[in-house]
Design a protein around this ligand. Structure first.
Ligand SMILES: [Zn+2]
Length: 270
């Protein structure tokens, strides 16, 4: 029975995971290998930029405002209902940033400490806005819901097959089992974004921050910093959900070429 539930859940997660909506840059092995050379050292050799919480708050609101102002053409192109995001600074040392709800973004002190310029900070916020533009948060919630329903159905169905006839059948315990398995199903569906969704958020972020006049090359340093932190095994919410490696660096290079070819263009819908 456990096997059956697990395989149905896996199926639900696979089917629920949407691919990218926008055309992602294609990468060759050579480009990824080349990008890997840009990652030198590990987390211990990363510079730190300690700022006060009030300085951090100022930077986050300054960058957030600048991105919000230029976002409407991208929002219209992506056909999203909301084009204003609440960007919250979290004064905690965890290395983290995330998008949640319908319009929320959080960025932590622990991550800002490793970012030097507004361009880099714009890349992180732009990436999280990218998740909203591509409606990944909703897709994640859909996955969680599909997982929960399927797990509940499977458990309920199996219990109905065997349980009702049993003299020791306890309807309360049965309901608890259904609830537990639904929670498990929801958790499986909600674990993280797919790699494609991450790259899609990177691409949309590139379009967004370029329109706001940030320097894409300077901003791209964030992906080197992340890869370096990753090799130093700093674990955080950001890394649990954000694969950091040479692919992202290589994809960013491609995104720069795509965006710079025509600054007014919008990302191609796949
Ligand atoms: Zn992400």
């Amino acid at each position: 029975m456990r096997k059956l539930v697990a395989s149905l859940l896996a199926l639900a997660v696979l089917q629920g995971c949407a691919g990218a909506q926008f055309a992602l840059p294609q990468l060759s092995d050579a480009e990824i290998t080349h990008a890997a050379l840009a990652v030198q050292g590990d987390a211990s050799s990363l510079p730190r930029y300690d700022r006060s919480d009030s300085e951090n708050r100022d930077i986050v609101s300054r960058v957030g405002d600048r991105l919000r102002v230029i976002a409407p053409p991208l929002c219209a192109h992506a056909e999203v209902k909301r084009c204003a995001w609440t960007i919250r600074y979290v004064a905690e040392d965890e290395v983290n940033a995330y998008a949640s709800g319908s319009d929320e973004i959080a960025i932590y002190r622990g991550l800002l400490r490793h970012l030097k310029t507004d361009d880099e900070i714009a890349a992180v916020i732009g990436h999280e806005i990218g998740h909203h533009l591509a409606e990944h948060v909703e897709e994640k919630q859909d996955n969680a819901l599909i997982g929960a329903i399927l797990a509940g159905l499977v458990t309920g169905g199996l219990m109905a097959l065997g349980g009702y006839q049993s003299p020791s059948y306890d309807p309360n315990a049965a309901q608890r089992m259904v609830n537990d398995s639904m929670q498990l199903g929801a958790a499986v569906g909600a674990i993280s974004y797919s790699k494609e969704q991450e790259r899609e958020a990177d691409l949309l972020g590139a379009y967004l921050i370029a329109r706001a006049g940030y320097d894409l090359r300077a901003a791209g340093n964030i992906y080197k910093v992340l890869a370096q932190m990753n090799s130093g095994h700093i674990h955080s919410g950001w890394f649990d959900s954000h694969p950091a490696g040479p692919e992202r660096i290589a994809a960013w290079e491609k995104a720069i070429a795509e965006v710079e070819a025509s600054p007014d263009r919008l990302p191609e819908i796949d």
